[in-house]
Ligand binder design. Structure first.
Ligand SMILES: [Zn+2]
Ligand SMILES: [Zn+2]
Length: 270
């Protein structure tokens, strides 16, 4: 058992955070610790103010100057289980039963599965339709079976609401939702969704902009979705132009010149 951690910069740094598991913590992680784990896993990105580098467009269409990609944390199955256990700690005041633990596809699918395992609740996954619609293909959920949602990130509650819409589209009667929803990282000022209180481990209400009001856009930075190869581009500062030598989109600014991280070619003054 690790001792209580008061300063993650010094204490968590002594261990490989990707090896942490449920047995290391018998308490809630602090927001600093959660943030530290995300950073160490390469899941945290911040805009550095350089307009040659891109910034993030969220699923809701708003532009952001920081973002987390939970896949880089939750793909470590031990960390996924750790955060599932943390979710259960965070909801401890709630003493009702939960029949279903569900999360949006795909980022929260495995996370909510781990919560379901720990709660001995039922679980199934959503398909993803046009405009990121969440499509329920699981069995019919009883009218009085309590459904609780477990997400990894909430920006505008787009995914959380899409899950509810998907469930409703698949059921001819009203469904019962728990009095809370959980998200590991909560970056909006939304306090509740249809009467369900938002619980989180980290709550940083933070800036997001409509495209027309976005300062990074005004500086000339390009907005991109934080998905797939785009995440590498965000993390490494790729400028989004192909290398003139090898054609890879792995060109970074390097002083007054640009350099390709794939083949090493440089251009501009050097
Ligand atoms: Zn923007
Ligand atoms: Zn190259």
């Amino acid at each position: 058992m690790l001792p209580p951690l008061f300063n993650p910069e010094y204490v968590l740094a002594l261990t490989d955070v990707t090896k942490l598991s449920v047995k290391n913590f018998d308490r809630l992680l602090t927001p600093d610790e959660v943030t530290y784990i995300y950073r160490q896993c390469g899941a945290f990105w911040e805009y550095d103010g350089n307009p040659d580098t891109p910034h993030v467009e969220s699923l809701s269409g708003l532009h952001l100057d920081w973002f987390v990609n939970s896949h880089y944390v939750l793909s470590h199955t031990n960390l996924c289980q750790l955060f599932a256990q943390q979710a259960i700690r965070a909801m401890r005041q709630y003493d009702g039963s939960i029949a279903w633990a569900l999360g949006s596809s795909t980022a929260a699918s495995d996370f909510s599965k781990d919560v379901a395992n720990a709660l001995e609740a039922r679980h199934d996954v959503f398909g993803v339709g046009a405009d990121n619609a969440q499509i329920w293909k699981g069995p019919l959920i009883g009218r009085h079976e309590v459904i609780c949602q477990f997400e990894e990130l909430m920006t505008r509650a787009t995914a959380t609401n899409a899950v509810r819409a998907g469930l409703r589209a698949a059921h001819p009667y009203e469904l019962t939702f728990a009095p809370f929803v959980f998200t590991i990282i909560h970056r909006s000022e939304i306090e509740e969704i249809e009467g369900s209180k938002v619980l989180s481990l980290v709550h940083y209400p933070s800036r997001c902009w409509k495209p027309e009001d976005c300062p990074p856009c005004k500086q000339g930075s390009k907005a991109i979705l934080a998905k797939g190869a785009n995440w590498q581009r965000l993390k490494k500062g790729y400028i989004g132009e192909p290398c003139k030598e090898c054609g890879q989109f792995t060109v970074v600014r390097c002083g007054a010149a640009v350099k390709c991280l794939s083949c090493g070619a440089t251009s501009g003054c050097s």
